[in-house]
Design a protein around this ligand. Sequence first.
Ligand SMILES: C[S@@+](CC[C@H](N)C(=O)[O-])C[C@H]1O[C@@H](n2cnc3c(N)ncnc32)[C@H](O)[C@@H]1O
Length: 211
Amino acid sequence: MEGAIAVNPRALVDFTGDAAFHRLRTSGRRREAIARAAGFTGGATPSVVDATAGLGRDAFVLAALGSQVTLIERSPAMHAELDAALTRALGDPEVAAVAARMTLMHGDSRTILAGLHADVVLVDPMHPPRRKSALVKQEMRITRELVGDDPDALETLRAAIACARKRVVLKWPAREDLPLGWPRPSHAIPGKVVRFDVFMISPGAASVSAP
Ligand SMILES: C[S@@+](CC[C@H](N)C(=O)[O-])C[C@H]1O[C@@H](n2cnc3c(N)ncnc32)[C@H](O)[C@@H]1O
């Protein structure tokens, strides 16, 4: 949860710079792990709620694939960053169409999700620090200083499972097991650094189908 803000997060969130264009070129494809996890198969374009918006990168990739994406962020500072980045993106012809598919909300997903409907809910809580390149390390450090940890991630996951019509996608460190007592995913899409645990929702019931 949010701690003392000891950094200037200006330009931490950006949908218009080189990094965003690079992300569009390399990640914005339906065969990428996050797209497969979210069910972009056979031409399907699910609606998405990103329950843990953060830097908005995953939401941006899914919106670039054509989804309407609702982003929820509870940190006021991070929400303000996202809001400013979206305003900039709406004024940039290269990404305005993508930004127009992104709707930002401020608040806690644990309560907001109860009033939303979406095919897919994405949950990507702050994870324990891990060794990485200096750049990622610094970015993660700044983000962590800004928003703190997410010790209530299980509650967010449960709210996501109660909300999603089709599936919940939980982004998690590749080599870490889910904590004991957490719901078990139906399947997982592995990756080098992160994996996507997928919880398929049984039709007509806000419950997770059997693995
Ligand atoms: C690891 S970051 C997400 C990064 C994001 N997937 C991206 O692509 O940039 C986690 C973010 O989710 C937010 N968050 C965590 N739990 C939340 C909740 N229950 N409701 C709203 N925001 C939440 C945190 O404040 C933090 O900004």
